[in-house]
Design a protein around this ligand. Structure first.
Ligand code: GRF
Length: 212
């Protein structure tokens, strides 16, 4: 199956992953189903054993492994990332479980053109393993956030959020699984929204522009 054919606005996505790639899969599926009018120009992983690479290859999407351990500094690594994305005319960078902090130079290369999906209602529980943090803290509501990426850790303008109730019967694992279902739905929708335009940034707010 090839997902990169058919009608397209001509917008190119670059998806960065480090692991299993279920969010990548949701983007591949949305493109394939015509719910996301874009082309996935490249999937890049910093780990060659990332299962998400197989998902991309299976869909006929180009992949690239850039191993961070082969670079002497974050800046040197990010310079290669920038080059790989720019040489494929990537319009929007989608982080999908990419376990690396990006340098200021990377953020500057794609201003307001990097999206991330995070499994908590930011600004609560940034950082590592948010569903566990939320469950352990005992919050009654959690969810997922899609946000633009800036220099802060998981702190850029919020594009989309969806909440769920934490159940008394939830374990950290069951909570993570239910949040993941939300992620798979809202990430492709948020990517489509960002690509369509009709929004602006006010302060740190992502604001939908009024029509007309
Ligand atoms: C997801 O929970 C995502 O929100 C977080 O990392 C995880 C990646 O999972 N940033 P997957 O590789 O997309 O399955």
């Amino acid at each position: 199956m090839t997902v990169n054919r058919g009608k397209s606005t001509g917008k190119n996505l670059g998806v960065l992953i480090s692991g299993r790639g279920t969010n990548l899969q949701s983007i591949l599926d949305a493109v394939s189903a015509g719910r996301l009018d874009a082309r996935i120009a490249i999937v890049i992983s910093n780990r060659e054993d990332a299962a998400g690479l197989e998902r991309a290859r299976g869909a006929g999407v180009d992949t690239l492994v850039l191993d961070h351990r082969a670079h002497e500094s974050r800046e040197a690594y990010d310079a290669e990332l920038i080059d790989a994305l720019q040489s494929r005319q990537v319009d929007l960078v989608c982080l999908a479980g990419f376990m690396r902090i990006l340098s200021p130079a990377f953020i500057e290369a794609f201003p307001n053109r990097i999206l991330n999906i995070h499994p908590s209602l930011l600004p609560a529980f940034p950082g590592i393993n948010p569903p566990y943090q939320a469950w352990e803290h005992g919050v009654k509501i959690s969810g997922a956030t899609v946000h633009l990426v800036d220099e802060s850790l998981d702190g850029g303008p919020i594009v989309r959020q969806e909440a769920l109730e934490v159940l008394a019967s939830d374990t950290a694992e069951s909570l993570a699984a239910r949040i993941l279902e939300i992620e798979h739905r809202i990430y492709p929708e948020a990517i489509a929204h960002v690509l369509r335009g009709g929004w602006r940034i006010e302060g740190r707010r992502f604001v939908r522009q009024e029509a007309g």
